[in-house]
Design a protein around this ligand. Structure first.
Ligand SMILES: C[S@@+](CC[C@H](N)C(=O)[O-])C[C@H]1O[C@@H](n2cnc3c(N)ncnc32)[C@H](O)[C@@H]1O
Length: 208
């Protein structure tokens, strides 16, 4: 079982480096392995290039992008972002827009669509866990399916996609759908995921 009570090496590092959550290191590993933000011309350091961060609170992934690129970012979450470490970056209206909303609401979809198209869609959205694995994995899968709908609708051709999913017998179907939308679809579990956690990330590279 994962132990969520003690701060581990990643949580301590996040505090030290000024991120509100340890999850930033999952994105960093994915970024470094799959060249999300660095490699192609599409991901050049231009504020014209847009990123969507679904399930963004408390805001570590958003901060990572704002700190390490010049890209524009739209972030969405049910909860507000933590303002502890952002040093005004979340106030930069040229580059950052936050929507406090449910990503599954139709109104949210319309609002997000207006802000696109995006070169990169990220979803670290996760349901409140109940401890019942089949309920938790079903809710996580439903959120991941929603994220894939966004990726399908609002990503540019050649765009990339990262989505968290709690692994279950049904998550393979989602990976198949990702492979149908992208040239490449892979599963990757960053080493900064908590030991014993059943989360993983699916990555879609180059939207067809
Ligand atoms: C693991 S946290 C994300 C951490 C974030 N990537 C970071 O680095 O700070 C998962 C987030 O998903 C959000 N979430 C879950 N269901 C959602 C929904 N239907 N709409 C919007 N956000 C949702 C939760 O509120 C929570 O903040």
């Amino acid at each position: 079982m994962a132990d969520y009570t003690k701060p581990d090496v990643w949580a301590l590092r996040a505090q030290k480096e000024g991120y509100p959550a340890r999850s930033v290191y999952k994105l960093k590993e994915i970024d470094e392995k799959f060249y999300l933000l660095k490699s192609s011309a599409l991901f050049g350091k231009s504020p014209q290039v847009k990123v969507l961060d679904l399930g963004a609170a408390p805001g570590s992934w958003s901060l990572y992008i704002l700190r390490n690129t010049a890209l524009s970012l739209t972030a969405v979450d049910l909860s507000l972002l933590s303002r502890q470490f952002d040093k005004g970056l979340f106030d930069d209206k040229e580059r950052f827009f936050f929507i406090q909303a449910d990503v599954t609401d139709r109104g949210t979809k319309a609002l997000i669509k207006e802000r696109g198209p995006f070169a990169l869609v990220l979803s670290d959205a996760a349901p409140m866990t109940t401890g019942n694995r089949s309920i938790d994995t079903a809710r996580s899968l439903a959120l991941a399916e929603t994220a894939l709908e966004y990726a399908t609708d609002v990503l540019v051709r050649g765009g990339r996609f990262v989505v968290k999913v709690f692994q279950s017998g049904d998550s393979g179907e989602l990976l198949k759908k990702i492979k149908a939308v992208f040239d490449t679809g892979v599963s990757f579990k960053p080493k900064s995921c908590r030991r014993g956690s059943f989360e993983t990330y699916f990555i879609g590279i180059k939207k067809k």
